[in-house]
Design a protein around this ligand. Structure first.
Ligand SMILES: Nc1ncnc2c1ncn2[C@@H]1O[C@H](COP(=O)(O)OP(=O)(O)OP(=O)(O)O)[C@@H](O)[C@H]1O
Length: 255
């Protein structure tokens, strides 16, 4: 049986006046490539914050790598790329290699020397996202999609087992979205990294992923992507709250 990397059991979360999440039961296994999709305000960011241990559920339990979250100390096993990552302006004075290397700061300490093999680690991380040719470029001179790849490389440099991405295609032009998802599929399949991403874009579920969770306060569906393909438009609308369109890019995906 695959290892349960994330397990949320009867999780509720309430901000002062607003119930953001109710009765969430969600198991994410090693090797999954899961998209959590839901409309604006459906609780996606709140769910990520709970998984990342940034907030505690009002009720319910969270297990990471089969340990209660309070006992889970190996934070480097979870790589996170936030929605706001790709906001560098062209004047930001750091090279791509420096940005990727900064992913190691927590491990090395700000004023310690980096070990000799760091240059190689930076190279490997950039290679895994198809950006090794850009190591010496200024981060601010890259496109939104290229910057996003660099931030993924920064998350990968500490060798995580899970990569969590919040709206990763914001800032990626539409013509590059498919190759971006192909790159994530490559990390999932060839580097055995479990991937969890959240998005409000239902179309995103059509590309590369293995599993889908449909969230609107609670989980309305969680299963294999192709099981969701067989959901009727009426079922989808009932969960999403308004009309949605499914686009099947599956046949176009290259690994
Ligand atoms: N700090 C907060 N204080 C009070 N209410 C909040 C706070 N953050 C979020 N909420 C509310 O909780 C609910 C879930 O918000 P959340 O940001 O998790 O949704 P989301 O699916 O990530 O939204 P979006 O797609 O718009 O980013 C919303 O009703 C939101 O207004």
């Amino acid at each position: 049986m695959a290892k349960q990397l994330i397990n949320l059991h009867n999780v509720f979360y309430q901000y002062e006046q607003t119930v953001a999440l109710r009765d969430i039961n969600l198991i994410i296994e090693e090797g999954d490539f899961l998209a959590i999709i839901g409309p604006n305000g459906s609780g996606k960011s709140t769910l990520l914050k709970i998984i990342l241990g940034l907030i505690k559920p009002t009720k319910g339990e969270v297990f990471l790598f089969e340990k209660p979250v309070s006992q889970f100390k190996e934070k480097e096993l979870i790589g996170y790329v936030s929605q706001k990552s790709n906001s560098f302006n062209t004047g930001f004075p750091a090279t791509v290699a420096e940005v990727v290397r900064s992913g190691l700061v927590k491990k090395v300490g700000l004023f310690h020397r980096y070990p000799k093999n760091v240059r190689n680690q930076v190279k490997q991380a950039l290679k895994s996202v198809g950006m090794e040719m850009f190591a010496e470029k200024n981060i601010g001179d890259l496109s939104g999609g290229q910057q996003q790849r660099v931030f993924i490389a920064r998350a990968l440099i500490s060798d995580p087992k899970i990569l969590i991405l919040d709206e990763p295609t914001v800032g990626v032009d539409s013509k590059n979205v498919r190759s971006f998802y192909n790159m994530l599929a490559h990390l999932n399949r060839e580097h055995n990294i479990t991937i969890v991403l959240v998005t409000h874009d239902v179309d995103a579920v059509s590309i590369s992923i293995s599993h889908v969770a449909c969230l609107n306060q609670t989980i309305h569906f969680h299963g294999f992507k192709n099981e969701m393909d067989s959901m009727s438009d009426k079922q989808l609308e009932a969960w999403y709250g308004h009309s949605v369109r499914k686009v099947d890019h599956h046949s176009e995906v290259q690994s």
